[in-house]
Design a protein around this ligand. Structure first.
Ligand SMILES: [Zn+2]
Ligand SMILES: [Zn+2]
Length: 277
């Protein structure tokens, strides 16, 4: 690894070396067919950062752009990297029913499925749009919105099509905090996650959003650890330049928590890898 890579992922205060990013969007926010030109920069960025294992997880509404043959060619050209074919299954009331069907059809070609709740009552706008989505919280009872969010998350888990849950407490994105204790709500959800043998991601994306906090919150990470729920690491990069964003900061946090293992997936089969010092 070059010294430049070490400085990004492994600063002097950081004892852990992160090696995987399992939340990336090569297509960004529109259908763009997978091509060599689209995908190779992601492999180049991964190598530059010292990442060894990355998963492409475009939103299910852009499934038409995903080309498994192109992913295979990328693997052949970059044999030093593990490149996983994945997707982010949303709860989009308009597009995700077709997305679910596509995932079922292509299940054996996919390594990894992320599950995400981006939609509340409005079918035409992700509540996590910044800043527009914040309007969905105006004049509303925040405790009810939190309860509704976690109910939708449990519905998504119940589809049985998910390997890991993305940005578990995304509902905090605009900085709205519940007034009620959400401990029971979170505990029930984590119990369901554990019983369903799913992982959850540690996502640095929260640090670039108004809430400016890791997804999920410290209290949720602690509870997930108590239950033995495994973790994936994620940047939610929408451009290859965002790959592994803030991973040194994440490594520092994981080290404080004592998280020493990270999950990777091949054809939905989980392997827990010990992080190197
Ligand atoms: Zn998402
Ligand atoms: Zn995403």
């Amino acid at each position: 690894m070059s010294s430049e890579a070490s400085s990004i992922l492994h600063d002097s205060n950081t004892p852990l070396l992160l090696f995987s990013d399992y939340h990336t969007h090569p297509q960004g926010h529109r259908v763009q067919r997978y091509t060599h030109e689209l995908l190779q920069p992601w492999a180049d960025s991964a190598r530059r950062l010292g990442l060894k294992d990355i998963a492409f997880t475009d939103h299910d509404r852009y499934h038409a752009g995903i080309d498994f043959d192109e992913i295979n060619r990328l693997r052949e050209r970059n044999p030093d990297l593990r490149i996983r074919a994945g997707i982010e299954l949303d709860n989009d009331p308009v597009h995700s029913p077709a997305g679910r069907k596509w995932i079922e059809t292509n299940w054996d070609k996919l390594d990894f499925v992320l599950g995400s709740v981006h939609f509340l009552e409005r079918a035409d706008q992700m509540f996590d749009s910044v800043p527009d989505g914040a309007a969905q919280f105006e004049g509303r009872n925040i405790d009810e919105i939190y309860a509704d969010y976690f109910r939708r998350l449990r519905e998504l888990i119940a589809t049985g099509l998910v390997d890991s849950l993305a940005h578990l407490d995304l509902i905090k994105i605009h900085g709205h905090r519940p007034t009620a204790d959400i401990g029971t709500l979170v505990n029930e959800t984590l119990e369901f996650i554990h019983a369903s043998h799913l992982a959850i991601e540690l996502s640095t994306a929260g640090w670039r959003k108004p809430v400016n906090e890791l997804y999920p919150a410290n209290s949720i990470i602690g509870l997930a650890m108590e239950k033995g729920i495994p973790f994936t690491t994620a940047s939610d990069a929408h451009s290859h330049v965002q790959l592994g964003e803030n991973f040194a900061k994440l490594a520092q946090k994981m080290s404080e928590f004592g998280i020493r293992r990270i999950s990777v997936f091949e054809k939905h089969k989980r392997a827990d890898v010990s992080l190197q010092l």
